[in-house]
Design a binder for this molecule. Sequence first.
Ligand SMILES: Cc1ncc(COP(=O)(O)O)c(C=O)c1O
Length: 935
Amino acid sequence: MPARKKAKPINKEIAMPKEATKIQEGRIDQFFSGPGARADQWRDLQDVAQAWAAGTAKRSDVEAALVDMDATEEYHAYPGAHLINALDDTIAVDDARATAALVTRISNALITRSFRKNGSDWEARDDNDTAVRDVLPPVLGRGDSQRPYFETLIVTGMPADRWAAASSEWRRLRRPLDAFVYEPVIVGSVEDAFCATMLNGDIAAIVINEGFGFRSRHNAPVLRTLSASMEQQYNANSDVSALQLAQLLKHVRPELDIYIVSNRRVEAMAGNPKADVARRIFYSVEELLELHLAILEGVQDRYETPFFDNLKKYAQRPIGTFHALPIARGKSVFKSDWIRDMGEFYGINLFLAESSATTGGLDSMLEPTGNIKKAQEKAARALGADRVFFVTNGTSTSNKMAVQALLAPGDIAIVDRNCHKSHHYGMVLSGAQPLYVEAFPLTAYSMYGAVPLRTIKQALLNLRAEGRLDRVKMIDLTNCTFDGHIYNTRRVMEECLAIKPDIIFLWDEAWFGFARFSPFLRPRTGMGAANAIEAWMKDPASIAAYEKQKAELGDKPSDETLLNTRLIPDPRKIRLRVYQTNSTHKSMSAIRQGSMLAVKDVDFHTVEAQFKEAVFTHASTSPNQQLIASLDVSRRQMELEGYGLVSNAIEIALAIRKAVAEHPLISKYFSINSAEKMVPAEYRKSGFTDHLSPNMNWAQAIESLRDDEFCLDPTRLTLVCGTAGFDGTQLKGILASRYNIQLNKTSRNSVLLQSNINNTRSDVAHLIRVLVEISTEIERRLAQGGDNARKEFEARVKSLMTDVPDLPNFSHFHDTFRKDAGKRTNEGDIRGGFFSAYNAEGCEYIPLNHPDIDKRIKNGPDLVSANFVIPYPPGFPIMVPGQVITQETIDFMRKLDVKEIHGYDANEGLKLIRPDALAKMSGKPQAEKGGRKAA
Ligand SMILES: Cc1ncc(COP(=O)(O)O)c(C=O)c1O
């Protein structure tokens, strides 16, 4: 949008509510705000315009409100210069009613997104006077065949007064045959291009014409703290600036297609390796239509869903099946008097698209060669991986597949003890020996954080000291954790590669798949960091950095020195082997159990056969077609609108945090843990405390995301409810049964809320209303119950918040399962422990509260767990097979007041491997402490 007639210099980092701009300027939520804040601005403008029409506000109020929004509106095609100028005109002629009508119409079109399909929304006049028309939201799930809409960012050096004409020229290129419709958004500088790319989730393609400037004419102080060095290198009017900008924008949003239009030496530019980020380079005198077609083709490439497209075609064919799966085609369902309701409930397409066939246009999950293979390749592109496996039994299976394929019996894997049970079971399957490392505890909330890098490095150094580094093959960590702790994936990998250059990383990112589509979070994903390391390895400066550090450290640096140094690996020696698992169903639009296993492994060819075996072991021979299709479609969605959806999820999480913190009644009883509460200060060297703290801006959030050892995923909200007298399970029950609110996990004194791409601001409003209602009820109960009620409440809060049990660390495997273990590390043969439980005679049960438990802990012989014991919450195994049980674990278990403990039957007691069975296995009698043999 060219400069408006009345534009004034304003601070326009990002759209946000006016009052917030005024009161808390420079706050971090400026760059974390998205469509919600923009909609609020339009609603605010609507209120002021209507007040002006009613005579209760002044024209200058409307002008001021409009100027506040002016700059960021330039980054969106709708309402665009035409409608904004029309607004200026109605204001200029003092027509308050027409102003209010137009603002209302624009605001409604934005909220309902109707402008994407209604041509009349773009007109300055609406003969039906929609100022009074109700806002009707688009019908969910309606199958209308409108063409998908997107916006194309055009970066140009042409003078702003020619932008309107240029926009019209772009629109004239549209043809009825086009599969999509797009609107151009024109900007003239690096800063504006960056802001538009950050703020406008509708942008799906970018065209960079040479000749643009660097600085925006608007004020962008926080951005400038980061862009100053880039400005120095900025090379006006050259190919360099176009390539630099293309790289910057690709870094922010890798899913976008970038086209460069050059006036001069296009051949030289095309040959520059930096031009890899561009989908195509055009010579400027060429046909604009070619560029238009290339843009549509680029979007079509992302839109195409090879498996789903084929499945739809398959469903339309008149196929007779003489195969299994009678439900396919639906005849036995729709003809039945008894189960027709199922058909009506799910609809005919579900049945038409069912098949057990792998031919006739479908493909085989076990040996994909056709459209599943293509769909997986597209998913790999979307996730920044070399290859992706679709998995239809959840990330539980993806993890087991990766562990089985990459580890063999006797291999050692450094594993977070609190990781999901699929990893522990994967170790049992593979026969690998887990070397458990402990996460930092958050005892106050009965939960664990993540594993400090120092602990991981120490484990590697211990193995090295004992000459057993060759046996450790994998580091297996959860990123982010259930409660939102995110590793500094790049730093962890670099420092570990400095000790063992070929170690494999398995990042369980079950919860974190969406992070790929946020520029803030992407660098902290396994694949994001792997790509950054790969780029770093190619830079000659990296070898110099490594050599410099090597010289500084000397020949034999002590372990302490190595632990205290940010280690740089030798880029020439690294074998980059990174695996990442995502529950696509947890954070994207896949049907339940849809998961992806992403691979970036230079040595994949050496394990490819093993991966095939892992697929054959775990994948059903009857995978669900709908599930595979939903994985394909999730990828399409994230490549085309994932950025906007994730921004929205983050914005919603921040809105919930803000609303809870600022509400006088809710905040009396409830709070949401900030990064400061969830990540101890020693792991937050940047000093970042909370996205909402005053004086915090997004540049500091970026610094924290870049440097801090751990960050908190803002979309994971630990709502502390012990202060309201509820344990987590109680509050979860109340929210589900009374208010239809489903939430994630619980702890002793908290519940975990999570925002995702599906949430709307109505969900936030509902949650806040409910918390107000619950808080009001507590107030009433306390007011009416007198002293007794208050004392009871305080005692309950104290018990939940203060009398929390210590979290038990992993003790050690019994010697029977550590025959080939070293002295300094705790790995053990979990598989041996697991299968000892199959020998019923070799096992015994002792009730948890039986005095024998305490006696044996004191005097021996050891209590050795025969199985996994996993209480929910907290959900990590407090005992694994072969583990020696300690007092700490028993104390924790006795204090647990949860009903669901997998692997433990309260009537029978703890299942233990008998001392005589251990003696038989190890060939050693089991001694009581002090040397006496067990009876
Ligand atoms: C960290 C982690 N990994 C893996 C899984 C298993 O994923 P799925 O439910 O897709 O099998 C979970 C499930 O909650 C999890 O929390």
